[in-house]
Design a binder for this molecule. Structure first.
Ligand code: GRF
Length: 207
């Protein structure tokens, strides 16, 4: 079976990375994680990758004078590892065109809200503050904006009376883990297509 060569960018806890690694270990996902790359040396995600025998690297944005130079270093490491798709799994930096042009329409991000609602940081807090009744999670292609790229798939999560940011985030996270694995399976199977027509926003179809 051909495995989809993927690089995963992380900055922290790495529970989405873990969901991907667990699905691979359970032979439910034909993906080869070639490299887990963190901008934070202390990210728990790095230990998760190492425990699964996946190569890791740390490239700190503090070591580069510009965002473009930092992105160039990320691209170099991912290319060297043979990654063809990139998953942003809690990666807390906004990518520049230097990165996006290196992996055109091949970078996905996991966001803990139903975009276009509640983009950016603290999406769960935003949903609670707004008084939304339903939120959820989104996996989307990454473009130059923050959480603005074409939506691939979404899952709803209701807000419950008494929810706080932690309880809501925990319920959303369960769905994030399922969604990112589902989307990677679709990509690996060649089911994902980007439909572009002149003047219109690109849409993603799956099937
Ligand atoms: C997740 O909530 C994801 O939606 C957001 O960052 C968080 C990362 O969590 N982009 P983890 O590091 O995968 O546990």
């Amino acid at each position: 079976m051909t495995l989809l060569p993927v690089g995963v960018l992380v900055s922290g806890r790495g529970s989405n990375l873990q969901a991907i690694l667990d699905a691979i270990a359970g032979e439910a996902l034909p993906v080869d994680v070639r490299l887990v790359l963190s901008n934070q040396p202390g990210a728990a995600a790095l230990a998760r990758a190492a425990a699964a025998g996946v190569p890791t690297a740390v490239i700190s944005h503090h070591d580069y004078a510009t965002r473009e130079a930092f992105d160039g270093a990320l691209v170099g490491a991912l290319r060297q590892a043979g990654a063809e798709w990139v998953v942003l799994a809690g990666f807390m930096r906004v990518l520049t065109p230097v990165f996006l042009r290196a992996f055109p329409l091949r970078v996905i991000n996991i966001h803990p809200a139903l975009l276009p609602s509640f983009p950016g940081i603290h999406a769960q807090r935003q949903a609670l503050a707004y008084g939304a009744k339903i939120t959820g999670c989104t996996v989307h292609l990454v473009d130059e904006g923050v959480d603005t790229g074409p939506i691939i798939a979404q899952r709803p999560v209701p807000l419950l009376d008494g929810d706080d940011e932690d309880t809501l985030a925990a319920r959303i996270l369960v769905e994030e883990h399922r969604l990112v694995v589902q989307v990677l399976a679709d990509i690996a199977a060649g089911r994902l297509h980007v439909v572009s027509s002149a003047g219109a926003r690109p849409h993603v179809t799956c099937g």
